[in-house]
Design a protein around this ligand. Structure first.
Ligand SMILES: O=P(O)(O)O[C@H]1O[C@H](CO)[C@@H](O)[C@H]1O
Ligand SMILES: O=c1cc[nH]c(=O)[nH]1
Length: 257
């Protein structure tokens, strides 16, 4: 095989409509809010004006609209690091430079209650995707300015709403149903605040590509206290998601992302 026939994915298709997210350069803004679930992209749109659905291919649904004078994009990552890395790589190729994950995540410390807001200051890389990108010791850290602003805005809002806010380290797992009691208690003993499945890929890919990322989640359950909102349907969780989206939007506008 001649070397010249081997595709270089780092450059191939860079300026075209992107294969997975279905977006072409110029169709989105510079900041993307990223829920996991495509059905939560319209929750972001509830805060926006001039809403447009740009694309919906596989798990990646994208809408744009205006918030306080700024063009905002919302794209779903799907579940897990593989599809998150793809979404970040492809959104970067069409012009996005900042990414804020607005997801749900399980609490791992006492006193973290379902519905609380969780701001991530870094994530433990228990995933296979980032291992394919970079040395295992490379840290998965969000952009510090985005992180501080998410926490500041969340705490400001909590003075009005009473919703509790926690900031700390998160963990990103690959396998939801392999999160056994032993692993959960190990994470908790390490002082990890919460666990989810996408942040490590978002942070690592963003750092490697010179982009910025952050995460604010709504707590969906507490795995050490045995509390969960899963059985109650999505009503109370939706309140938390909406609060996290509002914080992310204001942080994006304040930082002019
Ligand atoms: O609610 P989202 O943002 O999808 O996040 C969490 O929910 C899914 C697991 O139920 C994983 O994607 C996890 O990270
Ligand atoms: O990884 C995750 C994310 C949310 N909830 C869990 O129990 N685990």
């Amino acid at each position: 095989m001649s070397e010249s026939t081997i595709v270089d994915k780092s450059t191939a298709g860079r300026d075209a409509r992107q294969y997975h997210i279905g977006i072409a350069p110029g169709e989105v803004g510079t900041v993307a809010l990223m829920p996991g679930d495509p059905f939560r992209v319209p929750f972001v749109a509830e805060f926006l004006t001039e809403v447009r659905e740009v694309a919906h291919n596989r798990e990646h649904r994208t809408m744009t609209g205006m918030y306080k004078g700024r063009l905002i994009t919302a794209t779903s990552t799907g579940m897990g690091c593989p599809s998150t890395a793809i979404a970040v790589e492809e959104l970067a190729r069409v012009g996005v430079t900042s990414f804020i994950r607005v997801g749900s995540s399980a609490g791992l410390q006492p006193g973290v209650a379902p519905g609380d807001l969780l701001v991530s200051e870094g994530s433990l890389r228990n995933d296979g995707t980032t291992a394919a990108y970079v040395h295992p010791g490379y840290p998965a850290v969000p952009d510090l300015a985005i992180t501080s602003e998410l926490e500041r805005v969340a705490r400001e809002l909590s003075e009005v709403t009473g919703r509790s806010v926690h900031a700390g380290l998160s963990a990103s797992d690959d396998a939801f149903y392999a999160e056994g009691p032993e692993w959960i208690s190990q994470l908790s003993e390490m002082g990890i605040l919460n666990v989810e499945m996408e942040a490590s890929a978002m942070y690592v890919v963003a750092r490697l590509r010179g982009l910025r990322a952050g995460m604010i989640c709504a707590c969906s359950s507490n795995l050490v206290a045995g509390e969960s909102l899963y059985d109650e349907g999505n009503a109370r969780l939706k309140d938390g998601w909406m609060a996290s989206i509002e914080v992310a939007l204001d942080a994006a506008v304040n930082l002019e992302l």
